[in-house]
Design a protein around this ligand. Structure first.
Ligand SMILES: [Zn+2]
Ligand SMILES: [Zn+2]
Length: 465
């Protein structure tokens, strides 16, 4: 038997949604258990009970312990109410040593766990004592059960700019969707030039991954714009010259349909691809990263000009994929959304809860800015007092973008303020903490592997009140 240290504290967790794997507000308990090598010999699997109240909408479990340079390793699993005896059907999931945080809701679950109803009663965290150092180990579990109506947000990976045989791409829509699924993307927008017939050929199926958002690339001699969220077969007119004020009407028509409007590759060097149209009052996004080349300084300069005017336009990365070479998702976006549905994804894109990434599979850096107990993440606004400083926290998960060195070990983090004054920090063990001056403006984070940008966040906005 292990010696149990008792439940340490019970606090009301009222910070709301956090930037990260979020959970709704709820009750949090923290439990620390101590295990010895003898415990490991007598019981490889240890069970830590906790209670889930009626009408729970989320269960979040965070595990923390000292790995002691690899001498300690504790696996993680979960059982819902029911028998914990061998052969029980109450196993809710198992992630072994792959993750230290799991979140379950009726509609979503961390990999290795089942989504579904969260029955009230006694649950058990399973701790698998894979390795326990001679001096023993303290394992702390922080368990949050949410009962509010708030939904859980998480990061979804998507590519918002793809072509098929319905314009100048080489593959059928079904093939493009299958390749996107195989590359790990959660959603795509197919954006053929000046039509949406790809979606008539293969209507979106909301139950099938990747989520398929119907788009059109409005293609004019004065530049290209993507519209995301059209009905299959719908189209917006493209028959405009350069500097054509009717582009403003087209953007309004997109918004009237509930769709978003994005300026594509504004400084592309192909003939008539750069943006020479009037910029509509409402532009939801700008594609500052097109294809495998990474973010283009000229496109970022245009983006910064819009941001400097107080226009919160979302920066996006897309592959603009037609065929090899290159691949779907290089670049792509990570979107912090409430659900994998078209409205939720488009809402989060419009809100700027977006990180641009070089490849389709790597997880995004998570940025949190705090001042006087208030916190904001990517796309959010932090209100501060005059003269207040900002505590910036960047968490860089472990990933390797194709052909580059592994992050965080070989990566650096650049913080830029209002588009310049960048400071560079080693990503080291995956956490960067910087205190800096506040003020009205916006903070953006780039992660480089060597000299190549592998991730670029949208801003956290700061307002002095
Ligand atoms: Zn284009
Ligand atoms: Zn295109």
């Amino acid at each position: 038997m292990s010696r149990a240290l008792q439940v340490l504290l019970m606090v009301l967790f009222c910070s709301g949604l956090e930037a990260g794997a979020g959970a709704p507000p709820g009750e949090t308990i923290e439990i620390t258990r101590r295990y010895t090598p003898e415990d490991r010999r007598s019981g490889r699997y240890q069970y830590v009970p906790f209670d889930v109240p009626a009408h729970a909408t989320s269960v979040r479990i965070e595990q923390a312990y000292d790995k002691a340079g690899g001498a300690n390793a504790v696996d993680l699993g979960l059982m819902e109410p029911g028998s914990i005896d061998f052969g029980s059907r109450a196993l809710r999931g198992w992630s072994g040593g792959a993750r230290t945080e799991i979140v379950l809701t009726p509609g979503t679950a961390s990999p290795g766990y089942r989504a579904g109803p969260l029955p009230a009663g006694r649950w058990h965290v399973i701790l698998g004592l894979y390795k326990v150092a001679a001096q023993g180990i303290d394992v702390t579990l922080r368990i949050t059960t949410g009962t509010g109506a708030t939904t859980v947000r998480r990061w979804y990976a998507g590519d918002l700019h793809l072509h098929t045989v319905h314009s100048d791409g080489s593959f059928e829509p079904a093939q493009v969707l299958e390749m996107a699924r195989a590359s790990g993307l959660d959603f795509v927008a197919i954006t053929d030039h000046n039509n949406t017939t790809h979606a008539v050929a293969r209507p979106p199926d909301p139950d099938r991954k990747p989520l398929h958002i119907v788009g059109e690339e409005i293609t004019t001699p004065g530049g290209h714009a993507n519209v995301w969220g059209l009905k299959p077969g719908d189209w917006l007119d493209f028959r405009m010259a350069a500097n054509d004020t009717r582009m403003i009407d087209v953007a309004a028509a997109a918004h009237a349909r509930g769709a978003l409007f994005s300026i594509n590759h504004p400084v592309a060097d192909c003939d008539a691809c750069d943006w020479k149209q009037p910029t509509p009052e409402r532009v939801d996004a700008i594609e500052v990263w097109n294809g495998g080349l990474g973010p283009q300084p000229g496109a970022i300069a245009i983006w910064d000009k819009l941001l400097a005017k107080g226009r919160r336009v979302t920066g996006v990365a897309s592959s603009d994929w037609h065929r090899a070479p290159g691949y779907i998702g290089a670049g792509s976006v990570r979107v912090f959304a409430e659900a994998l549905t078209e409205p939720a994804i488009l809402d989060a894109v419009a809100a700027g809860a977006v990180v641009m990434m070089r490849d389709p599979a790597s997880p995004p850096p998570v940025v949190t800015v705090t001042s006087a107990g208030r916190t904001a993440g990517t796309g959010e606004t932090l209100e501060i007092s005059p003269g207040a400083e900002l505590d910036v926290h960047v968490s860089i998960p472990a990933f390797t973008s194709p052909g580059l060195g592994a992050c965080p070990a070989s990566c650096t983090v650049e913080l830029s303020w209002n588009g310049d004054s960048a400071t560079t920090h080693p990503a080291a063990d995956g956490t960067v903490r910087v205190r800096r001056a506040g003020g009205n403006g916006y903070l953006r984070v780039a992660v480089r592997s060597g000299t190549t940008i592998v991730a670029l966040t949208n801003p956290v906005y700061v307002t002095v009140k």
